[in-house]
Design a protein around this ligand. Structure first.
Ligand code: FCB
Length: 787
């Protein structure tokens, strides 16, 4: 998946979120200094006083960007660093900083993109009325000219304002952002004045000779819950009204004045009701609609709404009475924002259709996903959105670049430092930066100008390998009888060596494609609920981003097995992912006999049994079992018991354990099936296993937790008398006392591997089985004083 030549990959940031040095070198306070210092405004009580200390560490940070290979860096200029009072006296030292930064960037071959306003209005201007006052828009134009005068010979891409909707409605209506006011009237006036500031600022920049001018808007498709699953769904007039009103408030309030020179009529009614229209003066719209060169699109999630007559308006959306902002089922980021990559494609297509000829750029996209450096979820999120962007480009959308939000963890506004959006992790105690997996992944994408794909052997490569003509290969592959046996054997050997799969694209000319794939869940999983939810989440988002519909199916009864089989046999789906293929479960085998590409989640044994079938993705269950066994041995335990359950994974875990701990040393009843027995018998069995040995390895965390309970009842000390280890998602046992030693299964990676394998299989590419490494997490249930 390659992007057009010259496509710009980069990262975005903003001044108050990273710079720190809040009172240094003559910087004046901004509304975010005031707001963050007021009690109770920021979730973790923090401020941006120090943030990432980027003011002093910009050279290191530019080095990080250079390391990623980005072509552009979009940063914002702090207005009150340049004009401490918002207007009047210029602080040369403030401009010096941006000059140093710009020169650093250029020195490393990175294009500086400057945003002039990312929410940090000088407090002095707020004191004189803030954005509800028209004067602020005029001061913005002066400020734009001052910055351009110093940097204009080196910065050629300018963004006037970042997300005016957020700045005006969260700042002045909902009050959750600086300056924290709560007035619908002021919010609408602010929005208009930000539009005006954009127009006046763009004018000042243009006059000064700026080459490329744009704006960065937060834009979201507005959909009903039904449209989330099916974009073409017909809406009731009420729902259509709700969608249109929120779209007018969120998107068209900004797009239409800037790009068409008018407000949407239905919006004007709302504005008039809340704020009157006096603040909109004759000629304003002409100023606002000055031509721009690029529209920056900040996309994170769609807005999902539906009509609900009795509903009061949302504070951030004055005018939204009668509209319910619906919770979205399905995957979400740690921030709770729904993950809907296809929304980006929908949005970009719409912008291209509504405003033909305008260059677009994704100026922000990224996600909050916890603190770790192994951030497969962030990779998945951005990858899915990169695919979604590519889909739009394939439709002819003029998308010129993709800037990830954001280079490094930073001050995430009202949420403080709890939110982690960085490709680079920041330890705020030491200011140490460390690349996450997502940074490494992004570097690869940039280097390739696209997403990596497995090389695909062609008929020609097979022909060259076998030393025959292409036509001969084609005849063998198509099963024609007219080929001599020794030639056939040679071709078949080459096909196997190269992993050639007949070209699916050509086939699809004759076979009907449905654009739908099925995700089949067979029954409750004993081993790992977190895995199932991760699979549902990532498989859905990755496959949807590739333009497919995902159909979720349950296969927990004979009847449902038949339904699933019928889907495959009737080719109602293009491919299937099945979990889990239990060894006692014939569904996998029967599906493998159909034509439909199938990917399984299962243990390596299952893979071996199905040699020649579809690709399998599995965790290294045996390796995990062995790791537990080695750990117990190192602790000097000599009489372990093993508690097992049904399913291939359990079998593999035990097998791995027994590779290290010979069966003879394991307590006699090892390996008995516990799950599925009547409650009393089962408890009794667990009890016997728990009381005699000096260690227990349970194949699931759930079972291990039972053991902990029984040990407590029996007066056994854990881990002194009995060491206990489980196997699972690493979460369930984190909060017990003592916490449970367990094998963490890389759920996100497994889920991603499933999705990617199916995509490759659908493309007709060869897909090798993948066995992913697991990780032993040692805690207090095996090592006293452990975490
Ligand atoms: C956008 C903002 C940016 C950051 C991301 C997560 O709305 O422009 O500063 O907060 O969201």
């Amino acid at each position: 998946m390659r992007f057009p030549d010259g496509f710009v990959w980069g990262v975005s940031s903003s001044a108050y979120q990273i710079e720190g040095a809040a009172a240094e070198d003559g910087r004046g306070p901004s509304i975010w200094d005031t707001f963050s210092h007021a009690p109770g405004r920021i979730a973790d009580g923090s401020t941006g006083d120090e943030a990432c200390d980027h003011y002093h560490r910009h050279a290191e940070d530019v080095g990080l960007m250079k390391g990623l290979g980005v072509r552009a860096y979009r940063f914002s200029v702090s207005w009150s660093r340049v004009l401490p009072d918002g207007a009047g006296k210029v602080n040369a030292a403030g401009l010096d900083f941006y000059e140093r930064l710009t020169d650093d960037l250029l020195g490393q071959g990175i294009a500086p993109y400057a945003t002039l306003y990312h929410w940090d209005l000088p407090q002095a201007l707020e004191d004189r009325g803030g954005w509800p006052s028209r004067d602020t828009a005029e001061r913005f134009a002066d400020y734009a000219a001052v910055v351009h005068e110093r940097l204009g010979d080196r910065v050629d891409t300018w963004f006037t304002i970042n997300e005016p909707w957020v700045a005006s409605f969260l700042g002045y209506a909902a009050g959750t952002h600086a300056p924290g006011r709560r007035s619908a009237a002021e919010a609408f006036r602010s929005a208009h004045h930000m539009l005006l500031a954009h127009g006046l600022g763009a004018g000042a920049l243009r006059e000064a000779g700026a080459r490329r001018i744009g704006v960065a808007l937060n834009l979201s498709p507005v959909l009903t819950p039904g449209q989330l699953g099916d974009q073409d769904q017909e809406l009731t007039p009420e729902d259509a009204g709700a969608v249109s009103r929120i779209d007018a408030l969120l998107n068209r309030q900004f797009l239409d004045p800037m790009l068409r020179g008018s407000y949407p009529p239905e919006l004007l009614e709302v504005v008039e009701r809340h704020a009157g229209l006096d603040h909109v003066r004759d000629g304003d719209l002409d100023l606002i609609a000055r031509p721009i060169d690029v529209l920056g699109v900040n996309y994170y999630a769609p807005h999902v709404v539906q009509a609900q007559p009795s509903r009061p308006g949302e504070p951030a959306f004055p005018g939204s009475e009668g509209v319910l902002f619906a919770a979205t089922p399905g995957p979400a980021t740690a921030m709770g924002w729904p993950i809907v990559p296809s929304g980006l494609t929908v949005l970009l297509r719409r912008l291209a259709a509504d405003h033909p000829g305008l260059d677009l750029m994704v100026t922000e996209n990224g996600a909050d996903f916890g603190d770790g450096e192994r951030d497969a979820e962030r990779v998945a999120f951005i990858e899915a959105h990169v695919r979604a962007a590519h889909a739009a480009i394939s439709d002819g959308v003029r998308l010129r670049g993709f800037l990830a939000w954001t280079l490094m963890d930073n001050f995430e506004w009202a949420d403080g430092y709890r939110r982690k959006f960085g490709l680079v992790h920041v330890d705020f105690a030491t200011q140490r930066r460390a690349e996450r997996d997502s940074a490494r992944w992004f570097r690869e994408v940039i280097a390739r100008n696209g997403l990596p794909a497995a090389p695909r052997p062609t008929l020609e490569t097979v022909a060259a390998r076998a030393g025959v003509s292409r036509a001969t290969v084609s005849r063998v592959v198509n099963g024609e009888a007219s080929v001599r046996p020794e030639v056939r054997a040679r071709v078949q050997a080459a096909v196997e060596e190269l992993g050639y799969v007949p070209n699916q694209a050509a086939r699809s000319l004759v076979t009907r494609r449905t654009g739908t794939v099925a995700l089949v869940l067979s029954g409750p999983r004993h081993d790992n609920a977190a895995l199932v939810s991760a699979v549902v989440q990532y498989v859905t988002s990755v496959l949807e981003a590739s333009g497919r519909q995902v159909r979720l199916m349950l296969a927990d009864s004979e009847q449902s097995h038949r339904r699933v089989l019928a889907q495959a046999e009737g080719r109602h789906v293009d491919g299937m992912i099945l979990l889990p293929p239990d060894r006692q479960d014939p569904l996998a085998e029967r599906l493998a006999e159909t034509e439909v590409p199938l990917v399984l989640l299962g243990g390596p044994l299952v893979a071996a049994e199905r040699a020649g079938g579809g690709p399998v993705v599995a965790a290294d269950d045996a390796g995990g079992g062995a790791a537990v066994a080695r750990h117990l041995r190192e602790l000097g335990r000599s009489r372990p018991a093993v508690l097992t359950g049904p399913g291939a994974a359990a079998g593999e875990r035990v097998r791995g354990f027994l590779e290290v701990f010979p069966r003879a040393e394991v307590s006699d009843d090892a390996g008995r099936l516990l799950t599925g027995q009547p409650e009393a018998a089962r408890t009794e069995a667990v009890r016997t296993h728990t009381v005699r040995p000096d260690a227990v390895f349970a194949v699931t965390d759930a079972l291990a937790l039972e053991v902990l309970g029984i040990a407590r009842e029996a007066g056994l000390r854990v881990p002194e008398d009995l060491a206990v280890a489980g196997f699972g998602d690493g979460e369930a046992g984190r909060h017990t006392l003592p916490a449970l030693t367990t094998v963490a299964v890389p759920v996100t990676e497994l889920a991603l591997a499933l999705a990617r394998s199916l995509l490759s299989a659908l493309d007709g590419q060869p897909v090798a089985p993948s066995v992913l490494p697991v990780h032993l997490e040692v805690r207090g249930s095996t090592v006293s004083g452990g975490r």
